[in-house]
Design a protein around this ligand. Structure first.
Ligand SMILES: Nc1ncnc2c1ncn2[C@@H]1O[C@H](COP(=O)(O)OP(=O)(O)OP(=O)(O)O)[C@@H](O)[C@H]1O
Ligand SMILES: [Mg+2]
Length: 250
């Protein structure tokens, strides 16, 4: 598989504190990666550096073969808007706008697709994530799970190459978490590369590879392979990951 994202000796410091230390990571197209590690180990910092939301102190980040650490702010914003999608613990949807308007807005901003394509893509995404019936609702009148589904639709409106999530299920209960992870697994199965940060072993078990950060270093990784939906395999996989995490000191 083609490499989509790569870091070469990526380091990040905040003043004199070294947070990321020589991270060398290659992400292939179609992978689903979960970044795990203890609080403060640098997971969010790594995600923000991978996605150009933050700049490395030294080392390189290559996205689609291009060194994004060399891009200026405007060029980086363009890459983020058109080629990357983001979801966070909170959905950060705009108040006073409907679900649909929130989803199409980055589409019109990017001008990557025609108006027709944006509307059509929004409808398809809302249908797939089960929120078409609340499309024209005010965002204050829907549930947390529905908001997060809308955030996923918004992140995918410009047909990005990769979807990043920083604890995308962190604010959800277990059934909403399952629903969101089912959606992310479907999106990944359809070919989209996904990288998320999570504290939840059940969530990470859905990934094809788990990366464990310790004190800003890439400590270890576990290749799980593609997510299988059969019930027996799910339980086995979760157990396998939990045991491995315990060995890492999680
Ligand atoms: N903007 C910043 N300025 C200064 N220090 C920062 C900044 N962002 C992160 N840090 C520090 O970098 C370290 C790693 O933070 P980071 O948020 O990446 O950890 P994390 O693994 O995501 O933790 P958590 O699981 O709690 O979200 C922490 O010590 C944090 O205080
Ligand atoms: Mg974090």
């Amino acid at each position: 598989m083609k490499t989509l994202l790569e870091t070469q000796n990526l380091c990040k410091s905040f003043e004199d504190i070294k947070v990321l230390k020589n991270i060398n990571l290659k992400v292939s197209e179609g992978e689903f990666i979960a970044i795990m590690g203890q609080s403060g180990s640098g997971k969010s910092t790594l995600l923000y550096n991978l996605s150009g939301m933050d700049k490395s102190s030294s080392g390189n980040v290559l996205f689609c073969g291009k060194d994004i650490s060399m891009l200026n702010d405007d060029m980086m914003s363009e890459v983020r808007l058109k080629q990357m999608g983001f979801i966070f613990q909170n959905s950060y949807l705009l108040k006073n706008l409907s679900i649909r308007d929130n989803i199409v807005l980055p589409g019109f901003k990017a001008r990557k697709l025609t108006r027709e394509q944006i509307n059509c893509n929004a409808n398809m995404l809302m249908e797939k994530t089960g929120i078409l019936s609340v499309a024209d609702h005010d965002i204050k009148k829907v549930s947390g799970g529905q908001l997060q589904r809308a955030a996923i639709c918004r992140a995918l409106i410009n047909q990005p190459d990769i979807l990043f999530g920083d604890e995308p299920t962190g604010a959800l209960n277990s059934s909403a978490t399952r629903e969101i992870m089912d959606i992310l697994n479907t999106v990944n199965r359809e070919g989209k590369t996904v990288i998320i940060v999570t504290h939840d072993a059940k969530v990470a078990a859905r990934a094809s590879r788990v990366i464990y950060l310790m004190d800003g270093k890439l400590h270890n990784e576990l290749k799980l392979g593609k997510w299988d939906i059969s019930e027996n395999k799910k339980i086995y996989r979760e157990k396998w990951l939990s045991e491995w995490l315990e060995k890492q000191g999680f």
